[in-house]
Design a protein around this ligand. Structure first.
Ligand code: SAM
Length: 271
């Protein structure tokens, strides 16, 4: 077991993604707080739309709840769209959302280190905010490269090591976890700083684009909602979001609480 919860397979394949509630709550809290930064699914779809023709075969690796998958279906109109994830529950959500949207697409439950897909099957592949769950992301990149046809395009997306670091300080200042500031980043294995190097192990990197995303939590309840979705902190307080919000209100300066994350996109092709 790793000391980093994002690299602990028991947690990643258990509490974090066993159901879709925690990911949905985290995404919703972050979206509500975002005051600057483009929509990531839109950005990915735009990057690929410029490189792959309509009717392509497209993979969304580590698809989660399928937000990017849906956008790819809409923008690229692929002839084949395969969403891959290790979580059966999240794949059910993705499949249902594709069905509700009337979009074509299939889901495959698999580990991204061992994709059950043929060589050169895809014209394009996306891996957004998932390879930081691998202690060996180069192996997952090698699998993605294997599944792309020569010349096929990949967009790999991750965050900076210092993402949300301001919140570590707030949690410490509130007396909720004195060690949050000294723990490794959740994104330590695959982040904005090593994205190019890791992508380049098996792909030709054409470009890396970066964009700062800024989040503004307007009140203590909103911040508490987000904090309960991150496994970084060891908060022993009982009473759920109301108790956490009350403690934050009591011990922190008045809101808003602001934090940031640099989102990076590597655009690469299979040689
Ligand atoms: C933060 S979510 C990202 C979801 C989506 N790509 C997005 O951008 O919203 C990370 C996803 O990676 C998946 N994941 C983690 N480890 C995996 C592995 N070894 N193989 C396949 N999927 C994995 C999780 O189940 C989860 O759905």
């Amino acid at each position: 077991m790793s000391a980093n919860p994002f690299l602990d397979p028991t947690l990643v394949h258990g509490d974090l993604y066993r159901g879709d509630g925690r990911l949905a709550d985290r995404t919703q809290a972050l979206h509500r707080a975002k005051i600057s930064g483009s929509d990531v699914a839109d950005t990915i779809a735009n990057l690929l739309a410029a490189r792959v023709p309509r009717g392509a075969a497209v993979l969304d690796i580590g698809c989660g709840r399928g937000t990017t998958t849906l956008r790819l279906a809409d923008r690229l109109r692929p002839r084949r769209l395969i969403a891959v994830d290790a979580s059966a529950a999240l794949l059910r959500t993705t499949r249902d959302r594709l069905g509700d949207a009337g979009a074509l697409g299939s889901v495959v439950c698999a580990d991204f280190h061992h994709l059950p897909l043929l060589d050169s099957v895809a014209d394009a592949a996306v891996a957004a905010f998932c390879l930081y769950h691998s202690p060996t992301p180069t192996l997952a990149v090698a699998e993605i490269a294997r599944c792309l046809r020569p010349g096929g395009a990949a967009v790999l997306v991750t965050k900076s090591l210092d993402s949300y670091a301001e919140l570590d300080h707030l949690v410490r200042a509130a007396g909720l976890d004195p060690h949050g500031t000294s723990r490794p980043s959740l994104y330590e294995s695959f982040h904005s700083g090593n994205l190019h190097t890791i992508a380049a192990t098996n792909l030709i990197v054409i470009d890396v684009q970066r964009e700062e995303h800024v989040f503004h939590f307007a009140d203590a309840t909103h911040l508490a909602r987000y904090l309960t979705t991150t496994p970084k902190y060891r908060i022993t307080l009982t009473g759920g979001i109301p108790a956490l919000a009350a403690t934050l209100r009591l011990r922190l300066p008045a809101p808003p609480y602001t934090t940031q994350s640099m989102v990076s996109y590597a655009i690469a092709v299979r040689p």
